[in-house]
Design a binder for this molecule. Sequence first.
Ligand SMILES: [Fe+2]
Length: 134
Amino acid sequence: MASEHAYRSKRIRSLAQLVQFYHWRVKGPLFGVLHPLFGELYAALVDYSDNVAERIAQLGGVVPWRVPNPLPPSESDGSILAKDCGKQAQQFGSRAYAAMEALQGNDRVFLAKLEELQGGVEKLVWQIEQHATR
Ligand SMILES: [Fe+2]
């Protein structure tokens, strides 16, 4: 089960790295709204990964050091970054739900915490997506 969390830990940190880059990269008329939202989402993902990493340690596992490097966006336009963020977060979310389902019979205590963290991330992503190109 620690290995399940270890996989999660890598994915969260990879997404966090990408979102931090959106936070730095965003320019244009949406800067004022998206810069802080990307910052908040980054902070939520760091908190998420911290909780997962600590759970891995509690279970006697080893927190993975290497994290897959996400491909940074070349765009700086807010609405394009918001759309990209939504897409990345959706891919992350569907894997997160599959992982949470796998935990139903195993790590149920931690499952509630994961759901809470995932919910916080989704709320911010939803706010960001309101500014995405259609
Ligand atoms: Fe910042």
